[in-house]
Design a protein around this ligand. Structure first.
Ligand code: ATP
Ligand code: MG
Length: 558
């Protein structure tokens, strides 16, 4: 985390210096289990858990499960997995639905204090009376119901005696309030839908604003941190708390920070759901998805996601962070931690004519030059070698430092070879390139020739020992930098990059046979890759996490 304290930390510091007991500081992360967590949530998670670390305070993981129409157990499980994977431990696991009874009892208190009433109009009628920011609203004809009548109706709603849409409970605040959210907001509706946790116990469900602040209060959260769109809700949040809070208890304080938006993708569970349901991606964990599970499957280490949101910073104004910053953070982390291996994806065969037939030798290759502890592995070298087709040109200009006829290159970790002759197939494609090798040039052998400098170094595999793997390369999911601007689902879908996935064959050195799902590698000169969960005993599949350099920026400028 940066040295400078961000504004939320400053707010808490100030509260402490004004006498707020440090031991009472408490945070929560409150996802609605209606989808998988995305990179935006990582920001909210890091803000809460990092502040908790600073102030030695607990964090509640609270599922905001007040809408049974959209919430599912699979999402609860996925959210827990993701928060843990990011490296954070919550102190308590709670559900807003645990508080349904208490919320109901408080709603009865609101009614008893003439602060809430049952409205029997349709939602359209209620909306029509809302007024506008520049004109006042109209009182509902039911606003004057007696406390007794309201209590009776509300109890009947709870008992299931009324149909969906027939009545709602509204807070009685003011239809003239400047803040539209205070114009008698709905706090309960009838919904005859089974809840994943409370099952059929409830047929009325609390609305977000009523449930959220009161849940914060029940848990005695000191600082309830949310995104900027909730800023206008703060007044309502405080109004509700005023009605029910015991003055001797902590009154939670809501403060808002800017959402994290990432370029070329969307950070909204609802819109991500459309991609999943429409079959535009293979699932929530499709490696192109900006979800935590998608990024994990793509090979992003948790450390890179955390470093990314920290680099993006905590601010009060929204902006779009470039996807290239996330990629940069991944490269920084993966460069330090990944095993190096050699894989050739579009091969051309090299035959080393002066290398003995049937002979193989072992090359000791560094596992990770960035990590002296990582040791070495054995790579086999022989007469027939595969290199990338693009690393050879029959005739090349001065700037081509790879293999061309009459020039030398070093095969990484092995020998210097000289290209002599191309052998063609009948169809004029290249069958093989005949080379000779400098027998004394073996890397690390200590000979004078081993120190000899040639311009190019190529990755390679021994043709006899290499095995076939599948490589999946990805591009931006959306070609538009800000797909969030789409007004409709159709428009959003039209912004999808149709070529965001490419499947290739690769030929890998035998060491890679030890790969298990989630193992990460640097394929030398190619980029960072991770073993995909769809790998089988006979076919390993690798997802490209990110290239070694920022090719996207280059492509855009061409
Ligand atoms: P979505 O629109 O994706 O469903 P949400 O805000 O409705 O997002 P919640 O599950 O309610 O999602 O969010 C849990 C917490 O994560 C909230 O505190 C919310 O403010 C925060 N959060 C959600 N999206 C972002 C984002 N893009 N950047 C930062 N924080 C976010
Ligand atoms: Mg939401």
């Amino acid at each position: 985390m940066s040295e400078k304290k961000h504004f939320l930390e400053q707010i808490i510091d100030e509260d402490v210096s004004n006498g707020f007991p440090k031991s009472k500081i408490k945070f929560r992360f409150p996802p609605e289990p209606n989808g998988f967590l995305h990179i935006g949530h990582v920001k909210a998670i890091c803000i809460n858990f990092n502040l908790a670390k600073k102030f030695n305070a607990p964090v509640v993981l609270r599922f905001d499960d007040t809408n049974p129409e959209k919430e599912e157990q699979v999402f609860i499980d996925a959210i827990k997995k993701d928060v843990s994977w990011l490296g954070f431990n919550w102190s308590e696991e709670r559900f807003a639905s645990d508080y349904f009874e208490q919320l109901y009892l408080w709603a009865e208190i609101l009614i008893s204090n003439d602060k809430a009433y049952v409205d029997s109009q349709s939602s359209d009628q209620i909306a029509d009376q809302k007024g506008t920011p520049t004109s006042v609203g109209l009182n509902s004809p039911f606003r004057g119901r007696t406390i007794e009548e309201n209590l009776k109706l509300f109890r009947e709603m709870k008992a299931g005696l009324h149909d969906e849409g027939s009545h709602v409970l509204r807070a009685k605040i003011s239809m003239n309030a400047n803040n539209m959210l205070l114009r008698d907001p709905v706090i309960y509706r009838v919904l005859k839908k089974e809840h994943p946790r409370t099952k059929a116990s409830w047929v009325i469900y609390p609305m977000y604003d009523w449930a959220h602040g009161e849940s914060d209060y029940i848990e005695q959260i000191s600082h309830s941190l949310c995104t900027l769109e909730f800023k206008p809700h703060r007044e309502l949040y405080n109004w509700f708390l005023k009605q029910i809070a015991d003055p001797n208890k902590i009154k939670p304080k809501q403060r808002e920070f800017a959402r994290l938006n990432l370029s070329h993708t969307i950070t909204s569970k609802r819109k991500l759901m459309q991609l999943v349901q429409g079959g535009h991606v293979s699932g929530w964990d499709d490696p192109r998805m900006p979800t935590v599970s998608g990024l994990r499957r793509r090979g992003y280490p948790a450390e890179a996601l955390v470093a990314f949101v920290e680099a993006a910073g905590v601010a009060k104004r929204e902006n779009i962070i470039e996807a290239s910053l996330l990629e940069y953070c991944a490269r920084e982390e993966l460069n330090k931690t990944t095993q190096r291996v050699m894989v050739v994806s579009d091969p051309v065969k090299i035959v080393i004519t002066n290398y003995p037939e049937g002979k193989y030798e072992v090359i000791n290759a560094e596992n990770n030059p960035e990590d002296p502890e990582s040791g070495e592995r054995e790579v086999l070298f022989g007469k027939e070698i595969l290199i990338e087709k693009e690393d050879f040109k029959e005739e090349a200009g001065k700037k081509f430092f790879r293999l061309t006829i009459g020039k030398e290159v070093r095969l990484k970790g092995a020998y210097i070879i000289l290209a002599n002759k191309i052998i063609y197939n009948d169809d004029q494609t290249i069958k093989e390139i005949q080379c000779t090798y400098d027998t004394k040039s073996k890397s690390g052998s200590g000979s004078e020739q081993s120190q000899r400098k040639v311009k190019g170094t190529l990755h390679w595999v021994s043709k006899t020992h290499a095995f076939e793997v599948e490589i999946r390369e990805y591009d931006r999911l959306f070609f538009e930098a800000s797909p969030a601007s789409a007004k409709t689902n159709e428009e959003l879908i039209s912004m999808l990059n149709k070529d965001s996935m490419r499947v290739l064959k690769g030929y890998a050195e035998p060491f890679l046979k030890t790969a298990i799902t989630g193992s990460k590698y640097q394929f030398q000169r190619k980029g960072y890759f991770v073993t995909d969960k769809e790998s089988t005993a006979t076919k390993l599949i690798f997802n490209k996490t990110v290239g070694l350099r920022d090719n996207w920026a280059k492509k855009q400028n061409n």
